[in-house]
Design a protein around this ligand. Structure first.
Ligand code: PRX
Length: 572
């Protein structure tokens, strides 16, 4: 299909000439940006905060924070002191040391960011958990990682089965009415008293930084470990893809429970010394536009689902706000529909720049840059220093316009270094020829633009969140009425996909709307709201292989009225 490319608009972009940069770029050059090239040791939090607090950026606003209750701002000098205080609390009352896993489970607030930075300053590995997780999801992650310390709120504490987690030694609570004992500690009481001075723990570039749990098509969520070295990628992509410049006011809408909310909600923008807007509370089109207007946001990073919801809210509300400050818009997480790009041109008069990457890749890899043409529907071109290709199942590179596995040559700085506790799983990501295989299928056109085609596996993307069907199925069969369950992603115009469950009931249970609702609530309470099936269909029997595996492919074919394909492995 021929698409009309959107031309470049004039501007003084950090990356003026993509082709030339792609030819000559060397990651070694980026190392020179940081103090560690001389010392051999490093700490990302120092580079992101403390370093700026010693320069002309000292009194520059690092964080603009607001939610329905709070409205605050902090300079880089403030952030240095506040993250030092958080570090001192974690160290003195939680015995946090280098390499310890410190999990943070709470809604967005300035303290969440101080705690993440503070833990990193101690050399700890941070595990951010999305606030919507319920007990099962929280337990799985704390257990697998062997978390020693948790920072949470009194409200969320009931979802943390502290007694069942022998390795969890200290739980810090941020909020009112904290009752302290051997395990539970009042974070804010200690924080107010804590010293603003700290000797940062200098670590090796390959030491652990952050652990993000993410879903695959089989098994429990897996812990993707990133190391301090990832900052090379965070920094350089922030420069060239987000195009952050000194005067910019940047807003990334992602929660730090997901990788976009850390790599580009914390690390990238602060490594680049930018003013970073962070907004808590729920999504509402009016609030979003108001945020852009009030702060004069210039660079905005969001997701297709959000853009589609804004599009659905209509063009009239856009006109009630002055969005003239915006100069650069980006998207990540799912395919960005050409229709959304056209809507962006209409209402903002700006191109929306798609970017492709994954939790496992730690940073952006294939992107649309302000200084290249945008082909709506394409993810763009590989970042300089990154070799991307379409390969067959043996790892052979395919020529342009052939669909295959989207693969990246090993060696970009922010690549995951481990799947926590699971070396086999880690190895399964790689193919001969040193290819990291993404699990996405795609093709590349003659001009080197990449086009997303779908997932190779059954992973579901709903509202930009990655959900493993196996996790949902496992939860469903815990319900007493459910004999078998198969879960698929069903295409949805706003959410990308919704979760649909096919369920066979146990004998003695009757199909009813109440039962559907009960099952849905069961998953919501056990896993997370976003993991609960929006649609449930009851069937007498589910299609299975002879070895008993639910054939999601067949369920999908039923749902979409497609041919079911080869059924030779199906049981009678
Ligand atoms: O399928 C791709 C899709 O999201 C997957 C990664 O999900 P997650 O680890 O949760 O990270 C999301 C944010 C970094 C990919 O394998 N995906 C991500 N970006 C795009 C995308 N699909 C199409 N176009 C994109 N730009």
């Amino acid at each position: 299909m021929k698409v009309e490319a959107l031309p470049v608009t004039k501007g003084d972009y950090n990356l003026a000439d993509y082709d030339q940069a792609y030819e000559s770029f060397d990651w070694k050059e980026v190392e020179k940006e940081f103090s560690w090239s001389e010392t051999g040791r490093v700490n990302l939090a120092h580079e992101a905060i403390d370093r700026h607090a010693e320069t002309h950026r000292k009194n520059k606003v690092a964080l603009y924070y607001r939610d329905p209750e709070r409205n605050e701002k902090y300079t880089f000098a403030d952030m240095k002191k506040l993250s030092n205080q958080a570090a001192n609390v974690l160290k003195n009352f939680g015995d946090v040391e280098k390499g310890d896993r410190v999990f943070i489970f709470m809604p967005r607030s300035p303290e969440l960011y101080f705690s993440i930075l503070g833990a990193i300053k101690l050399g700890a590995i941070v595990g951010p958990l999305f606030e919507a997780f319920m007990e099962g999801a929280v337990r799985d992650r704390l257990e697998d990682s062997g978390a020693k310390v948790l920072v949470t709120t009194p409200e969320l504490l009931e979802r943390v089965p502290v007694d069942e987690l022998p390795e969890l030694k200290h739980v810090f609570l941020i909020g009112d009415g904290v009752k302290e004992d051997d395990v539970h500690i009042d974070f804010m009481a200690k924080f107010k008293e804590a010293s603003k001075k700290l000797s940062v723990e200098w670590v090796d570039r390959e030491d652990g930084l952050i652990l993000h749990y993410t879903s695959g098509s089989t098994g429990k969520p897996k812990g993707v470990l990133h190391v301090h070295n990832a900052m090379l990628q965070h920094y350089q992509t922030t420069k060239w893809v987000l195009d952050l410049q000194e005067e910019d006011v940047y807003w990334c809408t992602a929660d730090p429970g997901w990788v976009t909310g850390t790599s580009y909600g914390i690390f990238g923008p602060w490594l680049a010394g930018a003013s970073n807007v962070i907004v808590g509370g729920r999504f509402k089109p009016e609030h979003w536009y108001k945020t852009i207007e009030d702060y004069g946001v210039t660079v905005w990073y969001s997701a297709p689902t959000a853009f589609r919801m804004l599009m659905g809210a209509g063009d009239e509300i856009v006109k009630q706000f002055d969005l003239g400050s915006l100069r650069h818009i980006l998207s990540v997480g799912e395919p960005l529909n050409p229709e959304v790009v056209r809507w962006g041109m209409k209402v903002f008069n700006l191109r929306i720049h798609d970017t492709w990457w994954m939790t496992e890749t730690g940073g952006q890899l294939i992107c649309n840059y302000p200084s290249i043409e945008v082909k709506p529907g394409s993810m763009g071109k590989p970042f300089p220093g990154v070799k991307a290709a379409i390969v067959d199942d043996q790892g052979n590179e395919l020529p342009p316009n052939r669909m295959g596995n989207l693969a990246i040559k090993k060696g970009w700085p922010s690549m995951m270094r481990q799947i926590w506790n699971n070396p086999q799983k880690y190895d399964s990501y790689f193919m001969p020829g040193d290819w990291y295989v993404s699990g996405d299928s795609a093709y590349m056109d003659e001009e080197g633009y990449f086009w997303f085609q779908g997932r190779v596996d059954d992973v579901i993307m709903t509202s930009g969140e990655r959900v493993g069907p196996f996790e949902v199925e496992s939860k469903l069969v815990e319900h007493p009425a459910v004999a078998e369950a198969g879960v698929i992603g069903k295409p949805d115009p706003v959410r990308g996909e919704i979760i649909k469950a096919f369920i066979a009931l146990r004998d003695g249970y009757e199909i009813s709307d109440e039962l559907k609702e009960e099952i849905r609530t069961f998953v919501k309470k056990g896993l997370a709201a976003h993991a609960a099936p929006r649609e449930i269909e009851f069937r007498d029997k589910l299609p299975k292989t002879r070895s008993g595996k639910i054939m999601r492919r067949v369920l999908k074919a039923w749902e979409l009225d497609l041919p079911t394909g080869d059924l030779s492995t199906m049981e009678d």
